[in-house]
Design a protein around this ligand. Structure first.
Ligand code: CTP
Ligand code: MG
Length: 200
């Protein structure tokens, strides 16, 4: 019983801590569009650098909205009735704002980088590329938050390294294993409701 509860809390906490990246990755479907980051330019191979699916609005607006949403969700865990799970925070206050933003921005930078390699391997916009479509934003988000956490700890702004404290090996394992499944479900819903053109 104790073990089962521990495992469940590990799963919940891991997913909770990834919310800035998850939200940032989902929001561009709703708020993206407009001018593409690559300005419509092609690479040497004659293919687009990134493609029309990577826009400035998605890159710049989604992370800000993700942090705002995370702020609201974070606040709900201070309600006595909900807070009983003892959800971890996104870093010591007020630095969680910067750390959540780093994770959200990193998610979209990772996603854009993935598109760059998708185009280089001849895949057109929207074409599927398992498992990179499912994990690009996880890798980018974790990398950015690790970098910012390390800088904050080095300059003494935070007492310890948030990334090392929060992203333990069991949690990282949960993230890598469960994110692709969640990605599949969310995109299928996005497709069914007409927000996405393809179900992945
Ligand atoms: N999007 C955006 N700006 C970004 C990232 C995403 O506007 N920086 C929007 C685009 O409308 C995109 C949608 O979110 O079509 C879904 O993102 P994703 O699945 O990553 O893009 P794809 O269209 O599949 O393109 P790619 O093949 O380059 O991944
Ligand atoms: Mg992608």
């Amino acid at each position: 019983m104790g073990l089962l509860l521990d495992a469940w809390l590990t799963v919940l906490t891991a997913l909770w801590l990834m919310l800035p990246a998850y939200l940032a990755n989902m929001l561009p479907v709703l708020v993206g569009g407009g001018a593409p980051i690559d300005g419509g330019r092609n690479w040497k191979d004659g293919q687009r650098m990134l493609g029309d699916g990577k826009t400035w609005r998605g890159l710049l607006l989604a992370p800000v909205l993700a942090v705002l949403l995370v702020g609201v969700l974070r606040w709900t865990t201070t309600f006595p009735a909900w807070g009983r799970y003892g959800f971890s925070d996104y870093g010591p206050s007020p630095w969680w704002v910067l750390l959540a933003y780093a994770m959200a921005l990193g998610a979209l930078v990772g996603d854009a980088l993935e598109s760059f390699f998708k185009r280089r391997t001849g895949r057109v916009r929207g074409e599927r590329w398992v498992p990179f479509d499912q994990l690009d934003f996880v890798a980018g988000g974790l990398l950015f938050v690790a970098l910012v956490s390390t800088v904050l700890a080095l300059v003494g702004a935070t007492a310890s390294n948030y990334f090392l404290d929060a992203f333990t090996w069991p949690r990282l394992l949960v993230i890598v294993l469960l994110t692709p499944a969640l990605h599949l479900v969310v995109n299928l819903i996005g497709y069914k409701i007409g927000a996405k053109d393809v179900p992945w």
